[in-house]
Structure formats: C-alpha cells, structure tokens
Design a protein around this ligand. Structure first.
Ligand SMILES: Nc1ncnc2c1ncn2[C@@H]1O[C@H](COP(=O)(O)OP(=O)(O)OP(=O)(O)O)[C@@H](O)[C@H]1O
Length: 367
C-alpha cells in the first residue's frame, strides 16, 4: 500500500518503491443521497459520506487488508474499485489509466481484470443451476473459443486449483448440496475463470465456520502469489490482516486513518482508533493495547464530525482535533497516520507520550 502513488494516508514504501500499482483509488469520494420523505423546495439534499477522499494502491503479488468497523465504508470502496458504483469524485486507475466506463466493452474488460469475491457464497449462486452450469457460463464468457471437451478441461482445471477434487463429484451438485466453504471455493474458481489481475475479496471468510476460514485464506494467498495478482482483503478482523496481508489500511467513518506494512500497523499501531480495534480483537497473547478505552460509537455519516472524525471517541483529543482534519503524518517508510498526536509541537508531544504510556502499560492480570 504505498509506492510512488499516495495512499490513504499517503507516502512511499521501500518494498513497493519503483513498482507501479495495478489498481488505484485516487482521492475517491462516494456520497449516497438520503431518500427521506418528500423533497422540500430550497432544502439541501442530505447524503451519506460513505467514502471521503480515500487513496489506496494495490500491487501485483501483494495483499492489502482494508480493516474497520461495520459501516466504515470498506465495501463501498471495494465496489468503487470494481466500477459497480459511479464515483462522486476522484478517480479509479487500472495500470495508471483512469477507468471511467460503467458499461460497454471497457466495463466488461475492467470486470474481467478486477474480480469481486463476496461474503455470502450462497447468495451469489443461482440455486437452480448445478455448479457445472454456473462454471460453464463463466468459462463461456471468458474463454469463448472453448467448447465441449476443452471447456470441461478448463472447468476441471479450475476445480483442481481450488482443491475440490475429483471435480465431477462437486460440479454435478446444486449450491444447497455444498457447504459454505466449498461454495466459497467455487466462487473463487468462478473468479479465476476470468484470469483476473486483481481480486477484491469482501469479507471472504466472515460468513464461514471459524474452522475452515484459514483454509480459504491460505487458498487466496496461494492464488495471489502464483498468479502475481493484487488482492484487496476487506475485513473487520485486524488480527487476520496481520496474518494474511502484506499491507493494511484502517478505515474509520469513510476515511483511511492509518496505513502501512501489516506488521507495523498491527504491532505498533499509531492511531488511537487502530489501537482500539486491536484492543477489541480477541487475542490471548496481547497485553498493552488492552489499556485503550472505548468511549463511544462511530458517528453518523450523514453529518460526520468536523475535524478528525474520531475525535468524539478519542481519549487524547485536543482542541484542533474538533476543528481541523489532520494531514497524513509519515512515521516510517510506508507507514502513515492521520492523527494530530503526531504533530511536532509541545501539546501533541505530551499527548503522544500519554498515549504511548497507556498502550505500553501491561494489562491488569485477569482473575
Ligand atoms: N447503496 C447505498 N445507499 C445508501 N447508503 C449506502 C449504500 N451502501 C452503503 N451505504 C452506507 O454507506 C456507509 C458505508 O457502508 P459500507 O457497507 O461501505 O461499510 P462497511 O465498512 O463495508 O460495513 P460492513 O462491514 O457492515 O459491510 C454506511 O453508512 C451504509 O449505510
């Protein structure tokens, strides 16, 4: 999540230096109109600020986790990257070229290269079609020259890649005859039929049994590496981001508040919101971050707070946090944070020391 292009918090990292992003969101904003009652003459139409001025880059062979609470705008950003919604402002770029088409050949080309994998595999299959029927449609769409035996060979190959063998044992079935994990593997196979350059995986394991999540994540990682594809991994679970993703971006109330190498973002979280997410994640090995207090709820995205959107919940908020949105502060190569604690002045330094002390303090022993 970095490189020559600005990221959500914007900077350059050594690991992607010189590498061009495959897919980028550049200052992307999406506001949804709020439909309530009859429009009144002269009234300004309200909007949901789902995504506000977010920049994010995805690189070949790298997995980028997009982490945040429910409603923070993660799925909307994934859908904007997939061109499923028109942008309010900003730009989506594929290999540096702006993508504008929402229909026609350019749109089909984008959809082929950028494949979305959704949370609920049951909802994304036609219940009255066999798996073979569903995969045939995908193969016919993306490999129109393949018919008969050649088409069947492509389907067998896709099933082998997702480790559902022997293929015919699964392809003859209907969606309801398969488990959630098997169906999620088949939705990955359907995405693979397009031979994509980017996977946008929106909570790909959160609807699945905990015992099978790791297998699906490992499959996604292997496919990303083998194909040198880029992947966006949308999740609530910051612990899985550390395990699974090279880079992590943390979203709060429609904005990216911290981004960088996953190891740093999760082990040396700088933003009080990231620290809060880590403190709320179940992890028996963690100690210090448990000291971060949660003092509220996410704000309304119809009327988001001025300044830093996290300030009403932040135990370290200063006066400026309520009035002025922080710019990105670079911490290390590729690790940046949008938080006034990282300004270079006495008040910010004192508050930062308070935060560092709270995070480092060992957790109270549990009875
Ligand atoms: N089509 C839409 N029309 C109006 N508002 C929408 C639409 N899609 C999303 N929103 C609103 O935009 C905000 C961000 O939603 P989004 O689904 O992107 O968040 P999220 O972080 O993915 O949440 P979750 O993890 O629960 O899926 C929410 O307030 C949501 O209600």
């Amino acid at each position: 999540m970095s490189g020559d292009t600005k990221t959500g918090t914007g900077t350059t990292t050594g690991t992607t230096a010189g590498q061009r992003p495959v897919l980028e969101a550049v200052h992307v904003t999406k506001h949804f109109p709020v439909r309530s009652g009859l429009p009144r003459r002269g009234a300004t139409r309200k909007v949901v600020h789902a995504v506000d001025d977010v920049s994010l880059s995805l690189y070949a062979g790298r997995i980028t986790a997009l982490v945040g609470e429910s409603g923070s705008g993660k799925s909307t950003l994934a859908r904007l990257l997939a061109q499923l919604y028109p942008l309010t402002s900003g730009e989506v770029r594929l290999h540096g070229e702006p993508v504008r088409a929402m229909r026609g050949r350019a749109f089909r080309d984008h959809v082929r290269k950028v494949q979305l994998i959704l949370q609920d595999p049951f909802g994304s299959f036609n219940p009255v079609a066999t798996i073979a029927g569903t995969l045939k449609r995908a193969v016919a769409l993306h490999h129109p020259g393949k018919r008969g035996k050649d088409q069947a060979a492509v389907i067998d190959d896709l099933m082998t890649q997702i480790n559902l063998v022997p293929p015919r044992q699964f392809t003859a079935k209907y969606p309801h005859e398969l488990s959630g994990g098997q169906l999620q593997r088949i939705s990955i196979a359907r995405a693979l039929a397009a031979d994509p350059e980017v996977f946008l995986a929106d909570e790909p394991v959160s609807s699945l049994d905990v015992s099978i999540r790791l297998g699906i994540l490992n499959l996604l990682r292997r496919l990303t590496e083998e194909r040198n594809a880029a992947m966006l991994y949308v999740t609530h679970d910051i612990a899985s981001a550390r395990y699974f993703a090279t880079d992590t971006a943390v979203m709060y109330a429609g904005q990216v508040v911290e981004s960088g190498p996953s190891e740093e973002v999760t082990q040396e979280a700088a933003h009080p919101y990231t620290q809060l997410l880590i403190a709320s994640a179940p992890d028996p090995s963690r100690s210090g971050a448990d000291r971060v207090r949660d003092i509220g709820q996410p704000p309304s995205l119809i009327d988001p707070p001025a300044g830093c959107r996290f300030h009403p919940r932040c135990p370290y908020a200063m006066e400026r946090c309520a009035t002025t949105a922080p710019e990105p502060f670079p911490l290390t190569a590729g690790h940046t944070v949008r938080c006034w604690l990282y300004a270079d002045d006495p008040e910010a330094r004192a508050k930062r020391a308070e935060n560092t002390e709270a995070v480092a303090r060992p957790a109270a022993p549990t009875a």
